[in-house]
Design a protein around this ligand. Structure first.
Ligand code: PHE
Length: 470
């Protein structure tokens, strides 16, 4: 029955388009902006190691579960959960899981768009040669000047949100294919060029060992769960776009013949390689030019421009880099808006255009809080042993990636592996891959939910993790 159900929003034209679109959703600011700065805030190698562990043991199995639900339900996440709960004879309140995702999507998009706005501003700054010959103090000053000006931040935030709304209003499939087919590989190549530059810097090996060799001494007085596992888990969910319905809705456009397992491995591999490459490109520059790895959200905007200011054709490569980063952010942001828009189209009978503008406006409006977090409303607090300087922005970021996404993910995997009938999940995953199905089933039932729950429980004194600095 469910195998012949079709999505009212259409289907991907081929299995590769799904992989491209899902990779487009996964690869974005999370890999190039968030991963390096969190690695720096959390001390390097140990964080990277735990991050990789979370991707493999929790990220991939939960991604498989989420795509499976999407493909079976073939609707917006809210309605997919509603339909599947009914089909499996379960409590109808499971649709609330869809709403958790919609709300998380709004909050993430609200700040994501502001940061994506920085990348647009940097296209022009690098393109106009602002960084030629600059040292760390100069790039720091240029960045601080940008974020201290709420009007400029608002301007670029508005432009980026408009771009997001525009694509979503036309249906995510048109346009996405070209963007991901050419721009993602281009971004990858440019990252390789950055890595080549990083190799020429004095502290290349310091950067590498910071990234890959865990410094266990630095962990001695840390709470491993709250200070290391929780942010790494959050980063795995954020980076893979899981736990909030984005990948679920993309799965709902996936044809029945495509192997979910294979797709997930390709997506996770692409996503992780981009993050690691970004780290390899950035940390040698950070050390060579005496920057603080724990510099926070400005890390790539301060470190990479030094490289662009020094390397041959740096103005060209620099603006190209920020253009491609903007596109990578764009293909992610549309997936943040899509769960809400597909629901408005299904349940409120709206046209796609109207739904996209309405939902986009809400996220844009919420984004004003992030715009102000970097200047007028900035305040400092400590979270899990790390000083956070940008008040509401940091709170939104922590709330979504460290709490809402893992919570959504755990509920998704519990629903799929404990509550749905085995025949339904075998129908989606198991065809031809009996052993892979068994491994997935075991990890999905025990390891993934327990992993997240153990991390959560050990962080239970959650509010104690926050303390106001003044
Ligand atoms: N994965 C995206 C990134 O790394 C962000 C994202 C999170 C997109 C959650 C959709 C859902 O940039």
């Amino acid at each position: 029955m469910s195998s012949i159900r079709a999505s009212v929003h259409g289907q991907w034209s081929s299995r590769w388009i799904f992989i491209l679109a899902a990779t487009g959703s996964a690869v974005g600011l999370g890999n190039i902006w968030r991963f390096p700065y969190l690695t720096g805030e959390n001390g390097g190698g140990a964080f990277v190691l735990v991050y990789l562990f979370c991707v493999v043991m929790m990220g991939i199995p939960i991604m498989m579960a989420e795509i499976l639900l999407g493909r079976r339900g073939r609707k917006s996440p809210v309605n997919t959960m509603h339909t599947l709960a009914a089909e499996e004879g379960l409590n109808s309140n499971w649709y609330l899981l869809g709403w958790l995702g919609v709300v998380a999507g709004f909050i993430i998009l609200s700040y994501y768009s502001v940061i994506a706005g920085w990348t647009i501003a940097f296209i022009f700054k690098t393109g106009m040669g602002d960084f030629i010959g600059s040292n760390a103090d100069q790039t720091t000053a240029i960045f601080s000047e940008l974020i201290s000006n709420p009007v400029i931040l608002l301007f670029w935030h508005t432009i980026f949100m408009f771009l997001t709304i525009y694509v979503v209003s036309r249906g995510v499939k048109s346009g996405l294919e070209q963007a991901v087919k050419f721009l993602m590989p281009a971004l990858f190549i440019l990252l390789l060029i950055m890595v080549a530059y990083a190799m020429s810097t004095e502290k290349f090996f310091d950067g590498l060992s910071y990234l890959f060799i865990p410094d266990f001494d630095s962990l001695v007085d840390k709470n491993l769960f709250s200070d290391l596992f929780l942010p790494a888990l959050g980063q795995a969910f954020f980076s893979l776009s899981i736990g909030m319905g984005a990948i679920m809705i993309y799965g709902s456009y996936l044809s029945k013949e495509s192997s979910i397992t294979f797709n997930c491995f390709v997506i996770a591999l692409a996503d992780t390689s981009v993050a690691i490459l970004a780290g390899v490109a950035i940390f040698p520059i950070v050390f060579t030019y005496g920057l603080e790895p724990s510099g926070g959200p400005g890390l790539i905007f301060i470190s990479l421009p030094i490289a662009f200011g020094q390397m041959p054709f740096g103005t060209f490569f620099g603006s190209l880099f920020f253009i491609l980063l903007m596109f990578a952010a764009w293909t992610s942001s549309i997936s943040l808006l899509e769960p809400a828009v597909s629901w408005l189209v299904e349940n409120r009978n709206m046209t796609r255009i109207k739904a996209a503008y309405m939902a986009g406006f809400i996220a844009w409006f919420l984004g004003l809080l992030t715009v102000l977090s970097f200047n007028h409303w900035a305040f400092e607090f400590t979270f899990a042993g790390t000083i956070k300087e940008n008040g509401l922005f940091d709170i939104f970021d922590i709330l979504t990636s460290n709490i809402m996404l893992p919570l959504g993910g755990v509920l998704i995997v519990i629903f799929t592996s404990w509550l749905m009938s085995r025949s339904s999940t075998i129908d989606e995953l198991g065809v031809g891959d009996n052993n892979i199905y068994k491994i997935w089933y075991f990890i999905a039932r025990y390891i993934a939910p327990l992993g997240v729950i153990i991390i959560f429980l050990n962080t239970m004194g959650f509010f104690k993790l926050f303390s106001l600095n003044n």
